[in-house]
Design a protein around this ligand. Structure first.
Ligand SMILES: [Zn+2]
Length: 729
């Protein structure tokens, strides 16, 4: 804003850095930023005050009437100080770019912002503001400028304020010669240069050419210095001493090489040699004994000279006038397109990366090894691997281990043997901890899915992924019945950190197939036995058929159970994290073929509960009700594979009616699986390098301290073993 709209001398709000300098006094709450008066005509920026600061100024607002208050409109949040006060009235409500962007001094983006809320102005009811003042104020508040114009007045305290800035501290405003500030600006491939000349409070700008070779802020900075020096030769007879403020260190470094005797340098090698040559010519004034000083200042600190140059540079960028310095350097220019944008540049790091990427893509069809086969597999969410790779939250070490896993190169005994580095491929952990078990080859599948020594961390990892996934499923299952109630209920999902597991018994009670009384319990026991006898011989595996003790049968706990009370469907939900392709070792079950990895694992999972599902059908038919039981398996391979169609189908069935939600849930499950599968590899690594016994602790301190919170792991693993691959003893 150009100046105070009302005759206020005190400003309340903001910090010493951001409070407008043209006020005699600035205060915040009960702290004085500068000046001595805290009362008297004052402007209050309510939105810029904290809760405590607001409370501190309330009494003075009550007692006096010479204040006006600005605040974003809206209902005051409970617990904060309302700006409505008895004895005050609203002077206006309006909208416009009346605020600077939040934390502009940090981002350097000093643009003005318009909030989606309106601005309200309040005054004391005893205060009569003239209509003219209100009109003037409204016009200011309705401003649509993208940046406000810095005002460097010298009235009152303004002079003192400016002596406190970087240039002010150096005494530059008092310099008797010419003061220039220069700046370059570039946006969307356009380059602009601008300068501000303090004498005459004016400036100049130009567009900078050769953007075909790629825009660079250095080039714009060079151009800005050049046009400032040109201006100096024309202005005031060119014989006056000169100070030029720039925020570009590169510019100073480039010029430095040519000052005095100079170091051995060739202008041809400089990317902006065309402009540098012009600058050096203009600097011949130095040889005439004319004082010329370039000063580096920090940009975007609200420093007046820099801010002014900034605005002139923006003009240069946006101008329609013809650009200067347009002749190309006779260098090859590369053009490439990413969706929605075409880039061009001479050879540089970015061009090289793009070229490597394109070359790599062209090579893909030529590769036929197992890694290539894995990566080329369609419909398995491979793009999520790419997203994981790009994710900055994932450590480089974790990414390297993932790369090793995908390319079948994880450093383990099975691979060492394959590469001829050692004779023995037996698991180093199992060998020590379970010497009486048959030897297992130490391959990735063994470490992730079977290794007996890593069972505890594995259980924690399984539950960590599953709880997170369940929470998302239960929250996003929004399909509704006609009466507005949710179609699916997930009674056992408590939250991300905890979920109860129901026994078969609890499930039967929930759907009304059994009563939880002495009588009910003995009845269900009889029915269980009867059910098992009724099934035809050979229907079960022998082992299963023998295991029909009602107690054990009713104690089985699926990972999770969901109910559709209206359609009377009871769904068992299971999560598996198998090795998602054959990794060349023999730890997989015999029937494992490696052609469709999820089918194989589903088969294993389905047989686990098939009798229980069948029992629900059988019993409900017997009782004359219509309950059906189904099982939905959710599977993510340890290397991030997930069959897209299977997830889509199961999540739709469970009432997640939005496509985006289904995709987001799947993506999150993959991310979590990749993260936690990496935890397993770390556990293995530490166990190998410390002692095998270490791995047997519930979760070693390093994991529980650093990652439990992030990964939602229990310090002590709990819950049943279902859903985990463990070798039978
Ligand atoms: Zn092992």
């Amino acid at each position: 804003m150009e100046g105070p709209p009302i005759k206020a001398t005190t400003y309340v709000g903001d910090t010493a850095l951001t409070a407008p300098p043209f006020f005699d006094n600035a205060v915040r709450g009960d702290k004085t930023l500068w000046g001595s008066r805290t009362r008297g005509p004052r402007v209050i920026n309510w939105t810029g005050l904290s809760h405590e600061d607001r409370k501190a100024i309330l009494p003075s607002r009550r007692l006096t009437s010479d204040w006006s208050l600005f605040a974003l409109a809206g209902i005051t949040k409970p617990g904060t100080t309302p700006f409505l006060l008895k004895g005050s009235k609203k002077a206006m409500t309006t909208k416009g770019k009346a605020f600077r962007k939040r934390k502009w001094w940090q981002s350097g983006d000093d643009e003005l912002a318009e909030y989606d809320k309106k601005v309200e102005v309040w005054v004391s009811s005893n205060n009569n503001i003239s209509e003219d003042s209100l009109d003037e104020l409204e016009a200011l508040l309705n401003s649509n400028l993208t940046k406000d114009n810095p005002h460097n007045g010298t009235e009152g305290v303004e002079g003192s304020y400016w002596t406190g800035t970087e240039a002010g501290l150096m005494g530059i405003p008092l310099f008797p010669g010419l003061i220039y500030a220069t700046d370059g600006s570039q946006e969307k491939g356009n380059m602009g240069a601008g300068f501000y000349r303090h004498q005459g409070a004016t400036g100049g700008y130009c567009k900078v050419g050769r953007d075909e070779e790629g825009a660079s802020s250095n080039r714009a900075e060079h151009a800005a210095a050049c046009i400032a020096l040109e201006d100096a030769t024309q202005f005031a007879g060119s014989r006056r001493p000169l100070i030029l403020l720039t925020d570009s260190k590169c510019l100073l470094m480039a010029i430095q090489k040519w000052i005095g005797e100079g170091i051995d340098s060739s202008i041809k090698a400089s990317p902006d040699g065309d402009i540098l040559r012009d600058i050096l010519e203009l600097l011949s004034r130095i040889e005439l004994g004319l004082f010329t000083l370039f000063v580096k200042i920090k940009s975007h600190r609200g420093e007046f000279f820099n801010e002014m140059a900034h605005r002139w540079a923006d003009k240069g960028r946006d101008t329609e006038e013809e650009a200067r310095w347009t002749s190309l350097r006779q260098r090859p220019i590369f053009t490439w397109a990413v969706p929605g944008k075409v880039h061009c540049s001479t050879m540089n790091k970015v061009v090289k990366t793009r070229a490597h990427l394109i070359a790599a893509r062209l090579r893909v069809p030529d590769n036929h090894n197992r890694t290539a086969e894995f990566l080329k597999k369609e419909g398995n969410c491979r793009s999520d691997l790419g997203d994981h790779w790009k994710d900055k939250r994932v450590s480089m070490r974790a990414k390297r281990r993932l790369l090793q896993s995908i390319s079948f190169q994880f450093p383990c005994a099975a691979n060492f043997k394959k590469w001829g580095l050692q004779e023995d491929d037996e698991c180093r952990l199992c060998k020590v901890l379970h010497p009486n078990l048959p030897a297992f080859p130490e391959c990735l599948g063994h470490i992730q899915g079977y290794c007996k020594a890593l069972q505890k961390p594995r259980i924690a990892v399984h539950h960590g992924i599953w709880r997170d996934l369940l929470m998302h499923i239960s929250r996003q299952s929004l399909e509704k019945n006609e009466d507005g109630s949710r179609v699916w209920t997930f009674p056992t999902t408590v939250n991300a950190a905890k979920h109860e597991e129901w026994e078969m018994r609890d499930i039967l009670v929930h759907i009304g197939l059994m009563t939880n009384t002495q009588e009910g319990r003995s009845k269900i026991g009889k029915e269980t036995t009867e059910f098992h006898y009724e099934m035809p011989v050979g229907y079960w595996d022998e082992e299963e058929a023998n295991d029909h003790e009602p107690e054990a049968f009713l104690k089985v706990r699926p990972d999770e159970v969901a109910f559709n009370m209206k359609a009377t469907i009871c769904a068992f939900l299971e999560f598996t994290r198998p090795m998602d392709s054959r990794d060349g070792a023999s730890a997989q079950p015999d029937w494992y073929t490696g052609t469709d990895w999820t089918l194989d694992w589903a088969q294993d999972k389905n047989t686990r509960y098939v009798r229980h599902l069948e029992f629900i059908w059988w019993l409900s038919k017997r009782l004359g009700v219509k309950w059906t039981a189904v099982q939905y398996n959710f599977t993510v391979g340890i290397r991030g594979s997930a069959i897209e169609s299977a997830w889509e189908h199961r999540l739709t069935k469970l009432g997640i009616d939005k496509k985006e939600s289904r995709v987001a849930i799947r993506k999150q499950a993959i991310r979590k699986t990749l993260e936690l599968s990496d935890v397993m590899l770390r556990q293995f690594h530490v166990a190998i390098h410390t002692s095998p016994e270490w791995a047997q602790l519930a979760l070693a301190d390093d994991i529980s301290n650093t990652t439990t919170e992030r990964f939602n792991l229990y310090k002590k693993s709990m819950g049943p073993m279902s859903g985990l691959q463990s070798m039978p003893l």
